[in-house]
Design a protein around this ligand. Structure first.
Ligand code: ZN
Length: 198
């Protein structure tokens, strides 16, 4: 009996949001940056939401070139924005990586979609074995198909996030309090900044 498991596929917003966020949190980056900036992991799907072609925001010019220009600007002008810029780059790139089952990476220069479809096969007959294969290439760009809001996988990630919130409830509560203070302090600082400050 063959049980091929597809690693990539149609990825829903819940997975796009939670998977890279958990990776960054597990890398012990500041949750005050990681959690609010996770919004950027959903940004490429705004093309489908506003009804333009899925290639419009799902390409390297948008997800890599724009944040890299911002990071270079931050490096030269204001160091404080370098880390947030890198986190945004990570979130945007993670979206494209999760969508690699078919994405026009170099749109509009190359209008075809690049696809990378790894699959892991598990066979029990004639003997127990796994096989791994990767299919890749270029194919014609498909018009957006049905968009699943939360898939089973997305539910699993959301469940994992809730579970982590319960396990680390003390930390989560402390985080919410410090995030509130941090936001209030920064808004005050921002408002107090003299208008001629460069
Ligand atoms: Zn997408």
């Amino acid at each position: 009996m063959n049980n091929p498991v597809s690693i990539t596929g149609s990825v829903d917003p819940a997975t796009h949001l939670v998977l890279p966020m958990l990776l960054l949190l597990s890398a012990r980056l500041d949750p005050k940056l990681v959690i609010p900036l996770s919004f950027f992991a959903l940004v490429p799907d705004f093309d489908s939401v506003i009804g333009v072609h899925r290639a419009t925001l799902h390409n390297l010019f948008v997800v890599a070139a724009v944040p890299i220009i911002f990071i270079v600007w931050a490096k030269l002008k204001d160091d404080r924005f370098v880390l947030p810029g890198l986190i945004v780059l990570f979130y945007l790139m993670s979206h494209i990586v999760l969508d690699l089952s078919g994405v026009a990476l170099l749109y509009p220069v190359i209008p075809e979609a690049f696809y990378l479809r790894p699959s892991l096969g598990f066979h029990t007959e004639p003997s127990l074995r796994f096989d791994f294969s990767v299919e890749y290439g270029l194919e014609e760009l498909e018009q957006s198909s049905d968009y699943l809001f939360i898939s089973n996988l997305g539910f699993a990630y959301l469940f994992l996030l809730v579970l982590l919130g319960i396990v680390f409830r003390k930390e989560a509560f402390a985080f919410l309090c410090s995030a509130k203070n941090w936001a209030v302090e920064n808004i005050r600082k921002f408002l107090r900044r003299p208008p001629d400050a460069q």
